[in-house]
Design a protein around this ligand. Structure first.
Ligand code: GTP
Ligand code: MG
Length: 389
């Protein structure tokens, strides 16, 4: 069965990439755990009847249609960004607090001087140190030096120009997670490596949507650790929303299937599905995510309506490798970047925007229920450069 997704690699470069992926997905000392792939054994007779298909059908179709063909980009409308400004001061200062560490690196180099090659090099180095990555840093510096090379510049001017260049990179990806009001349920699949912040982000998103008057349900499709299921249940209690769970070791696809049915029956607006980041290897993870998707698509061909990759900003440039890996596993519609409150690596968001152009829906700025904020290009860029509002 695995051969459908996992063809033998002849090429040593691909083998190296695979080895890196394995390390990314499966940290040392993690037990080798594999999901059950027999999800139908978990279903009741009625549910099997509803599903009206066999495992083989799903696998067969996977060969021709491995990932959903729609992307949320196709039908995202530009929603009003940050319509609720009440908490802006609060979160901005938290974000700036986290980003201060990187912005300090800018100000250290920025004293009034003539913009020559040495100054540009220092500036580029500062951008790289702030985790924008060499490619993105070089591009920004090239744009920056145009018209200004050889002229006297001061720190404020440099910061303001850099902020506007960075805003230009961030703006096209600053897009909220689009929820279709006519669709019930909107299914959001959360993916990401172990510890990225998937479960916490689900808890925060549930709170946000419920404040908007949406009915939310969660599904614990991370069935490997009892603690993972318990953690989601706690977020369910905090939000007073239902969490669909099954036994430890149950097939994650069967959790997704049952959750979808329950969400449909209960007229739920948004179903948030938590997945495991820790798996035996990339092949398992791909099969598991693909199967969850296939099972969901049996219910609604547009599901999951969004597949979100959660990235921990404190991992810096490693976040880029995580995007590379997950892009091969599933079709990623958007990113949520977490832990920007304590991070000196906020620049990685600019690198992500520049190199992938995948929508960035929100940023995590703490462990609390309200610590998820919409992503806004302008304020993020200004915070990154340490420009006071
Ligand atoms: N400071 C801070 N901590 C965060 C943020 N988001 C998540 N965390 C913390 O990061 C840790 C991991 O978060 P989880 O939500 O459990 O991550 P996960 O992706 O579900 O992890 P696995 O289930 O192990 O794959 C927890 O201690 C969270 O409280 C954030 O935005 N800021
Ligand atoms: Mg989790």
């Amino acid at each position: 069965m695995g051969m459908i997704f996992w063809r033998r690699k002849n090429n040593s470069k691909e083998q190296d990439q695979d080895a890196r992926d394995e390390r990314l997905l499966h940290r040392e000392k993690d037990p080798d755990i594999e999901p059950s792939t027999d999800y139908e054994s978990d279903l009741s007779e009625d549910q099997k009847h509803d599903l009206k298909e066999t495992e083989e059908d799903i696998i067969e179709e996977l060969d021709t249609a491995p990932v959903p063909s729609h992307t949320i980009l196709d039908d995202v409308k530009e929603l009003e960004e940050l319509s609720d400004h009440t908490e802006e001061g609060g979160w901005l200062s938290r974000l700036s607090g986290g980003l201060k560490k990187s912005s300090k690196k800018f100000t250290d180099v920025l004293t009034k001087r003539k913009l020559d090659d040495a100054a540009l090099e220092e500036l580029e180095e500062a951008l790289i140190m702030a985790d924008l990555g060499p490619k993105t840093a070089a591009k920004i510096i090239a744009d920056f030096s145009e018209n200004r090379f050889g002229k006297e510049v001061d720190e404020d001017e440099i910061k303001i120009v850099l902020a506007s260049l960075i805003t230009g990179i961030l703006k096209p990806v600053a897009k909220p997670l689009y929820i279709r009001s006519e669709t019930k349920p909107n299914v959001i699949l959360m993916t990401g490596v172990n510890g990225a912040g998937k479960t916490t982000t689900i808890g925060k998103l549930a709170a946000r949507y419920q404040r908007d008057g949406k009915k939310v349900m969660m599904a614990a499709a991370d069935t490997f650790r009892a603690a993972a299921v318990d953690q989601l249940k706690v977020w369910g209690e905090r939000n007073h929303c239902h969490v669909v769970t099954k036994d430890i070791g149950a097939d994650p696809a069967s959790v997704a299937f049952e959750a979808y049915q329950k969400a449909k029956d209960d007229n739920v607006d948004i179903l948030l599905i938590d997945t495991a980041g820790r798996l035996h290897n990339k092949k398992n993870l791909m099969e598991e995510l693909q199967k969850i998707i296939r099972v969901l698509q049996k219910q609604d061909e547009d599901a999951p309506h969004s597949t979100v990759l959660v990235l921990d900003s404190t991992t810096g440039q490693n976040a880029l490798s995580q995007v590379e890996t997950f892009k091969e596993l599933v079709s990623i519609n958007g990113l949520i970047v977490t832990k920007l409150d304590g991070s000196a690596k906020g620049g990685v968001v600019v690198a992500l925007a520049d190199q992938y152009g995948i929508p960035i829906h929100a940023v995590g700025v703490g462990e609390g229920i309200n610590d998820l904020q919409p992503f806004t290009a302008d304020s993020y860029a200004r915070s990154l450069l340490g420009i006071e509002e």
